[in-house]
Write a protein that binds this ligand. Structure first.
Ligand code: RNT
Ligand code: ZN
Length: 423
């Protein structure tokens, strides 16, 4: 890890080189520090949740691995979050699923949740000065076992899940009011068939009806709640037909004026969500991103600082979309230390965001406007070796978080003192 002196020297060097390209790295750091990245609570415990003994995620998503130290309670999750958050620079939010309700020994089902079951989270977020995002949980529940929730042909099941959606919007509204930050609520439903359907229309009609029932139940100020709908290509055990496909969800979101969620793992492997951002935003006010990393399929690996992550952030920053795109992470790896999984992915997201703010783009855009594509390619490639690592180190130091791999020692210490002692 760099010394204080090296960080200062690196900063001076970078400042001069970037200034020569027309970039003020101080202004870039300031701007980057205002864009929130929402950290998903579900990396803590392999998407198990705290509201029942459901045995883990269902609905076509799966964690693999059995690394010791999984958080088992709300308190343990918050304890782990505190450690992870202290090692990540930039603005952060925390993204909760409804399955992280704390029932306090009472028997309350998901169609009856209120803010009461989330007060430990609200109090914690208030102390930590964090906004909360939210997700209804349409999986890991006996009523989701048949593979259908909002699109279920069983009225009792469909109504139960409609009610859950309504309750979640009210809980999200409370989060926003109590914490003073907008709550983005992401709706993802696993509904679909393992094998070839005979009727592809009826489930889609039922999905639309159910969504209409949820969103028309209460008008909530968009400053408080941003409703967003996530599409998917397929899931494990849901290989043949997904009700909430890209076209259905985007069409719904567009026609009802709500936000659409692009998950990086939910398209064909060569289809990149970075390429979709500027297209969606021609027609929609907002989109939400689930930044994930699919390896050959929607595997939800920890995000690395790869071309796609950088391209996503470039698109948001270069097009001035920071106010219209909510950035959230969505991955879950149980084969490595879970706190480290958070820190690696979040630091990568923040790194890519900062890099997008410092990367010079004006000259390449000018060349493009003059149809000088040679210069465009040459400049974009030369920018890649500008001393960004020095800017990143200076940013981490300024934000009071570890530089280099210094954070890893803290996680290893925490593993030794706390995580390894969990049964
Ligand atoms: C599943 C979706 C969904 C979930 C989380 C836990 O494929 O990506 O967003 O991963 O809600
Ligand atoms: Zn997702």
């Amino acid at each position: 890890m760099p010394t204080e002196k090296q960080i200062a020297q690196g900063y001076d060097y970078a400042k001069e080189l970037y200034a020569a390209k027309g970039v003020d790295i101080d202004a870039a750091m300031e701007k980057a520090s205002k864009v929130a990245v929402s950290m998903h609570c579900w990396q803590a415990d392999d998407v198990v949740g705290t509201d029942s003994d459901n045995g883990g995620a269902s609905g076509g998503i799966a964690t693999t691995g059995n690394y010791p130290g999984r958080a088992r309670t709300g308190d343990e999750i918050r304890q782990d979050l505190n450690v992870a958050l202290s090692l990540i620079p930039g603005k952060k939010k925390v993204n909760l699923h409804a399955s992280y309700a704390e029932l306090g020994g009472k028997k309350i089902d998901r169609d009856a949740y209120t803010i009461e079951q989330f007060m430990n989270w609200v109090d914690w977020a208030k102390d930590a000065k964090l906004g909360l995002d939210f997700n209804p949980t349409y999986f890991s529940h006996p009523y989701a076992e048949d593979g259908f929730t909002l699109a279920s042909a069983d009225k009792k099941i469909q109504d139960f899940w409609i009610e859950h959606g309504k309750r979640c919007r009210e809980i999200g509204e409370e989060f926003a009011k109590r914490l003073g930050e907008q709550c983005a609520i992401n709706f993802w439903m696993p509904d679909g068939y393992k094998d070839i359907p005979a009727d592809t229309v009826a489930p889609r009609k039922r999905m639309i009806e159910a969504l209409d029932a949820i969103f028309s139940a209460k008008k909530i100020d968009k400053c408080l709640v941003l409703d967003s709908l996530e599409s998917k290509l397929f899931g494990l055990g849901v290989e043949s037909y997904t009700v909430g496909s890209h076209e259905l969800m985007m069409g719904y979101a567009l026609s009802r004026g709500i936000s659409y969620t692009l998950d990086a793992g939910h398209f064909h492997p060569t289809e990149m969500i970075s390429a979709k951002i500027s297209a969606c935003l021609q027609y929609m006010d907002n989109i939400l991103l689930h930044v994930s990393r699919g390896v050959r399929w929607d595997s939800d690996h920890v995000i690395t600082w790869d071309d796609e992550l950088q391209n996503i952030m470039n698109e948001i920053v270069r097009n001035d979309y920071t106010g219209r795109v909510c950035i959230a992470l969505d991955y879950f790896d149980a084969s490595i230390n879970r706190v480290a999984a958070w820190v690696i992915g979040m630091r990568n997201a923040q790194k890519a965001l900062l890099r997008a703010f410092v990367d010079p783009i004006c000259a390449a855009r000018k060349a493009e406007s003059e149809m000088d594509y040679t210069t465009r390619l040459a400049l974009l490639e030369e920018n890649k070796t500008l001393p960004f690592s020095a800017v990143w180190d200076a940013y981490c130091a300024k934000q009071g978080v570890p530089t280099g791999d210094e954070w890893l020692c803290k996680v290893k210490e925490y593993e030794k003192d706390v995580l390894s002692k969990r049964g």
